[in-house]
Ligand binder design. Sequence first.
Ligand SMILES: NC(=O)C1=CN([C@@H]2O[C@H](COP(=O)(O)OP(=O)(O)OC[C@H]3O[C@@H](n4cnc5c(N)ncnc54)[C@H](OP(=O)(O)O)[C@@H]3O)[C@@H](O)[C@H]2O)C=CC1
Ligand SMILES: O=C(O)[C@@H]1CCC=N1
Length: 263
Amino acid sequence: MNEIGFIGAGNMATAIIKGYIKHAVSDIFVYDINPEQVQRLAGIGAKPKASAGELAESVKYLFLAVKPQNFGEVLEELKGHVSADTVIVSIAAGISSDYIKEGLGFDVKVVRVMPNTPLLLGCGASALAQIAPATEEEFSFCCEIFKASGEIAVVREDQINAIISVSGSTPAYIYQITKHFVDYAEESGLDRQMALSMFCQTLTGSAKMMTESGYSLDELIQMVSSKGGTTIAGLTSFAEDGLGDMIKKACDCCTKRAIELAK
Ligand SMILES: NC(=O)C1=CN([C@@H]2O[C@H](COP(=O)(O)OP(=O)(O)OC[C@H]3O[C@@H](n4cnc5c(N)ncnc54)[C@H](OP(=O)(O)O)[C@@H]3O)[C@@H](O)[C@H]2O)C=CC1
Ligand SMILES: O=C(O)[C@@H]1CCC=N1
């Protein structure tokens, strides 16, 4: 059996299920302490289960999509309901496979994943780590689920925390930066919606330049920076105000928080 089920029916479970449900060959089950969340996912075709234990006994791939702070109670509820054949797919920031194995009381199969919310639109980025005794075949199946909604990268478990500030949390960082640019545009008398649209087209275009043009990042910066022109004026201001240090510090804080959430 290759059934999959989700404990926790929030933002990420929704994103993963929406991306995968059209490719799924069997039912996708869900359980959440909040019945409204379950109903919302039932609306897109997921099948509700009455408890975490009942769900665990019905599936091979058991996604734990609750916040790290709820892992203790969920693992306690799952004790005795998870078999040696079950693959626990954990998307939680910080929570280690050792903590999951300890919580369930045996050497359970685990795959750790760091996805991101653009999975909702089929353009996510997910990093996956295979942890023994999960097999190649089981890991490949998990990779397929996330490939249905975007790109994947295979990493080691000890790299999962570092990738949170590259792709997991980064959509929020990009939205925050976008807000500052659009606020500035509005203050300058431009229409906010038009500015947002132009900024997003610039993000998409720049992303394509970075992935498809063949130029290095330094060459791409050079191509925009006319001698004595406007771009250099802005870049100089960024450098004077320590943009690089500011970003490094934010990434360090993000990784440090994942370490704190680790058990
Ligand atoms: N959001 C993101 O961009 C990303 C999140 N993640 C990881 O994904 C995980 C889920 O995040 P996200 O989807 O944003 O969180 P949400 O809060 O949106 O969803 C979690 C759901 O789990 C429910 N829940 C809490 N306790 C239990 C329980 N004991 N049994 C069943 N359900 C329970 C919550 O209910 P209630 O709200 O009532 O507590 C909520 O509906 C986290 O571990 C996070 O680290 C990873 C990458 C990106
Ligand atoms: O903020 C969080 O902790 C989660 C993990 C990555 C994105 N959201």
